[in-house]
Design a protein around this ligand. Structure first.
Ligand code: AG3
Length: 280
């Protein structure tokens, strides 16, 4: 299925993310709280009926209050417990809403560097999502407004965990799915460190999952894709891809989240056959 985003247009108070000419996901909204054009993208914020506040970038759903925990638990807790990462120093690239950084702090990371290209995403999140963005008020978190691709190129041997919390691999985020970028991340990690990226919907965005897999395999010895269910993202069926030179060593004392638990830790790595075929 071809995938593309379209300009934000409310029709009779419905916001729609358009997946193709023939398919879209729509939310009836009470109110549009914000619409700004930044140097990088367009940010919109809506108050929905069933999903709380909804943040979109260039017409694509980034998060809703109702289901953001699934994405943020799965990008942080899953690699953390699957590889037994030391909760010392982590780097988040993108993730300007703060959800990923806040998740890392609650796992006990001692310092979290968050490099986000667009300061406006941070400002919107601080104003409208105070809990999600709480990391930005915490002294353990260092927020840097910069291009993550450039930033990571100049760092070596510094982080235990690097997380790429990006938009879709089109336009500004395209470089965040490249082999060169994954190699820079490998260099920024301490030996045996772990990288993870969101890798899109296996059903609607095969490009994202394929790029993440092929690129990471060039940079890391072990690469694993895992999946979860996020109702407000394209198809609801979502993937992440993680890589490391270490081997998996599941921790047995893992903490549960609202979505994540010990069964998910193991189960999320079990992939449907079409996904396995896609990343072979
Ligand atoms: N970033 C990944 C969102 C990708 C959604 N794609 C789409 N709706 N077409 C989420 C940011 C959360 N910190």
């Amino acid at each position: 299925m071809p995938f593309r985003s379209a300009p934000v247009k409310l029709i009779e108070n419905w916001f729609s993310e358009r997946y193709s000419d023939n398919l879209q996901l729509s939310f009836r909204v009470k109110d549009q709280l914000l619409s700004v054009r930044t140097d990088f993208q367009r940010i919109d914020l809506f108050e929905t009926y069933d999903f709380g506040k909804l943040l979109t970038i260039d017409g694509t759903v980034q998060l809703t209050e109702y289901d953001e925990h699934i994405y943020h638990e799965m990008i942080t807790m899953m690699p953390f417990y699957a590889f037994g990462i030391k909760p010392e120093s982590a780097l988040v690239i993108g993730g300007g809403d703060g959800g990923t950084a806040s998740g890392l702090l609650s796992l006990g990371f001692r310092n979290v560097t968050n490099v986000e290209i667009d300061s406006q995403v941070v400002e919107v999140s601080k104003k409208f999502f105070p809990d999600l963005s709480s990391a930005f008020k915490d002294s353990r978190c260092n927020l840097i407004i910069d291009d993550g691709i450039k930033y990571v190129r100049n760092i070596s041997n510094k982080f235990d965990f690097v997380l790429v919390d990006s938009t879709d691999p089109e336009g500004p985020a395209e470089g965040l799915f490249s082999e060169e970028f994954y190699k820079s991340i490998h260099g920024a990690l301490k030996p045996g460190g772990v990288a993870v990226t969101q890798s899109g919907s296996p059903l609607y965005q095969p490009k994202a999952i394929k790029l993440a897999n092929s690129g990471m395999k060039k940079a890391f010895r072990n690469v694993y894709t895992y999946c979860c269910f996020i109702p407000t993202y394209p198809s609801g069926f979502w993937s992440f891809t993680m890589g490391s030179d270490s081997d998996l060593r599941f921790q047995s004392n893992e903490r549960s989240g609202k979505y994540f638990n010990s069964e998910i830790l193991h189960g999320a790595l079990n992939l449907p056959q079409f996904v396995r075929d896609m990343i072979k």
